[in-house]
Design a protein around this ligand. Sequence first.
Ligand code: CMC
Length: 433
Amino acid sequence: MTNERKATLTIEGQDPVEFSILSPVHGNDCIDIRTLAAKTGMFTYDSGFLSTAACQSKITFIDGDKGELLYRGYPIEQLAKHCNFLDVAYLLKHGELPNAKEKQEFVAIVKKHTMVHEQMAKFYQGFRRDAHPMAVMVGVVGALSAFYHEAEDFSDVEHRNISFNRIVAKLPTIVAMAYKYTMGEPFMYPRNDLGYTANFMYMMFGNPCEKYEPNPVLVHALDTIFTLHADHEQNASTSTVRLAGSSGANPYACISAGIGCLWGPAHGGANEACLNMLEEIGDVSRVPEYIKRAKDKNDTFKLMGFGHRVYKNFDPRAKLMRGICAEVLKEQGLENDRLFKLAMELEKIALEDEYFIEKKLYPNVDFYSGIVQKAIGIPTTMFTCIFALARTVGWMVQWEEMISDPEFKIGRPRQLYTGTPARDVPPIHQRDD
Ligand code: CMC
């Protein structure tokens, strides 16, 4: 990995210092500055991690200029076409797609773990019925650590495997229970005769009084949505999971931290925010007004579902999601849906606008995923929970990669202190306890 080339840093008044350059399999070379502080007494300043690789990883690769996303080397387009979500989960975890036997075993293990501890159902009762489901998710997923203690021995590979299988299996149940709780409907036990995503739809939309069979077109669409969201290298929530895990915290606590981060509107919360924005715009005639607001420096409004830190050409997930969107709307007879038409108009105008062209702002995955999920019948507040369900696979795999890395250290960024210089407490302040 070490390149022949060296980077030389010249700081006024100091001797030049050399750093190795590391060449990855794909992507930008990295200057290895781990010895910078020892050699120069200086830190680097890179708030927002605009130029910093925080770890080595073998899991996912994004080429933002090409609009390319690879899981373990496979293009997302091929995975979405040929594999289901559990195949992709296996691939992310084990590095290879499963053969027939491995697949059968993995599916069987996941099915075995779909139920949650009966006591967990009581845990939900502590939340207000109108609590945001993501708040419930943060609490319930974090609470898994109170139910499954053996997860605390991370040095044991088998325990890590069990934690992975367990959390992948239970997330659909937990998400569906969060939904049922808000609706005031009874929780549905999983049906293990159904596939992973069909079972999730059953737990969401079924009820004990009526027969419910998931629609295969919608199951296929939702399963693909899961695949598209399964991992996305070192994004904010994944970095949160890694940072939380770097202290040795248990994986359930780390995933809960990741869910909290994902919730924000600049990240996974964008799908909910995007749909709310479309509702607020309301009509095609108002699109120019909102485009104008998005461009106004003095207005905090942003076009939700547009822009990405890494993709500067197009988001390949958005391209696939656009196709899924058309399929789902057709299946549901919603081709003339008001919000979909509005979204298409907004997309068209934004893509032709000089501001968006110049800043390389394209629709991202969240621009379409909200419309698809709404058409499937999933309520807006559940959108980010669906994202969290899928991303849990990536978070768990990234967490495990981190703690298995021989170079692993607790994450501890430094800072550029800009506060008040050191001073003494004035004598007038005397302790009175
Ligand atoms: N609408 C209007 N202007 C925008 C937008 C937008 N959606 N996104 C970025 N800009 C402008 C921004 O104001 C800045 O302008 P200037 O150069 O004049 O200061 C410029 O474009 C660069 O943006 P940035 O915020 O510095 O870029 P970033 O890489 O820090 O942020 C982003 C990326 C995704 C947070 C941002 O584009 C955004 O807030 N988009 C809307 C929220 C959204 O859709 N998020 C989902 C991301 S994809 C799903 C996921 O992986 O989580």
